[in-house]
Design a protein around this ligand. Sequence first.
Ligand SMILES: Cc1cc2nc3c(=O)[nH]c(=O)nc-3n(C[C@H](O)[C@H](O)[C@H](O)COP(=O)(O)OP(=O)(O)OC[C@H]3O[C@@H](n4cnc5c(N)ncnc54)[C@H](O)[C@@H]3O)c2cc1C
Length: 398
Amino acid sequence: MPREEPDIVVVGAGIIGLAVARELLARRPDRTVTVLEREEVTGFHQTGHNSGVLHAGIYYTPGSLKARLCTEGAPELLAYCQEHGIPARQDGKLIVATDESEIPRLDELERRGRANGVPDLKRLRPEELAEIEPHVRGVDALHSPATAVVDFQAVAKQFAKDVEAAGGEVVTGCAVEGADLRANRLCVRHARGESRARFAIFCAGGWSDRLAVAAGGDPDPRIVPFRGAWLRLKPERRDLVRALVYPVPDPALPFLGVHFTRGTDDEVLIGPTALLAGARDAYRLGRLVPRDLRDTLAWAGTYRMARRWWRTGLSELRHALSAKALVNDGARYIPELTPDDVLPGPAGVRAQALGRDGSLIDDFVVSETERALHVRNAPSPAATSSLALARLIADRVE
Ligand SMILES: Cc1cc2nc3c(=O)[nH]c(=O)nc-3n(C[C@H](O)[C@H](O)[C@H](O)COP(=O)(O)OP(=O)(O)OC[C@H]3O[C@@H](n4cnc5c(N)ncnc54)[C@H](O)[C@@H]3O)c2cc1C
């Protein structure tokens, strides 16, 4: 049973909720902190289904929260992994332009990366590119040796151990239904009764909008789920990719495009796709949850987004339905890649905050209701930035 009167309740044991709980206890060990998680394990949803890239901070607008927290958080998390024996590898990453038209956008990425203080960035000519990734072709590339890969779910599990070692509790299998104010406490209602806390922090990822609204928050932005699926290279073809190979992304979209990722387990993934899904846990293609679908369809922002992005949506649909289309896209970077080289891979679901005006919200968003903070948008690179983001949230709690 969770504590009945903890000082602080954290909802959601993904990497963000656990990092926040850990930070709050490190600051004030005399506090009582309870983390409530709906699933039976920690770090299951986005934390356990992602590309596993510890981003170095190249993409983000200089001065944005994302830029600051990513460049601060990435080296810190890498050191944390090394200290705790969590699989992590700093093999670097290439962002590759396949034709001249992409070079101005690559220039802009380099400018942002340098402004953000990303270490050791280097522009590569095609022949230099081949020294790093012999099977990759491009007209120009940006190399970031500081980019690494990690197992974020293993990080979350270690954060949970830190919380418990500091006297906090992590209660799994305990879904939170809502919260209301009672006297000078916030009463958090959950599957095992209620916990009356002095303060609560909601880090519920794909369900963050519902909990915020239930606590009296603004319905804008709403979460719409985007399913991201990967293919994986057959073991005998993994030599096609040494580390990480990314395209030059469309700066208007909060997605990085189809990329190649060699993870800590040496599996090479190709993807992810980004397809509007019918459920907030659509790990299986075609999964529908009527309430999730209703929430997406009843939101004016969905139609505004669709009007603006229908072409991109159709291309994503093609990628999602046909492995051949995804492989053809990847073959722009690795001409040797063929559909015979791949097997079906895992899938994840992105909790994308969508404004009423149809904007795909890109930066981190934390809002307030009485006696509570709500993490309303924690997209990539939030896992990379988790330690730094936790400090920012803890500052606001104080
Ligand atoms: C396809 C994909 C690729 C990505 N790649 C990267 C990457 O390479 N690098 C990077 O830094 N980031 C990446 N990200 C982003 C990263 O995964 C997320 O930013 C991060 O995991 C967010 O963590 P979180 O704790 O906010 O969310 P989650 O991990 O989703 O955790 C939220 C938790 O809240 C729980 N919860 C929800 N509702 C309730 C409730 N009512 N009661 C109790 N518990 C509840 C959920 O069960 C869940 O455990 C990627 C994301 C996706 C989807």
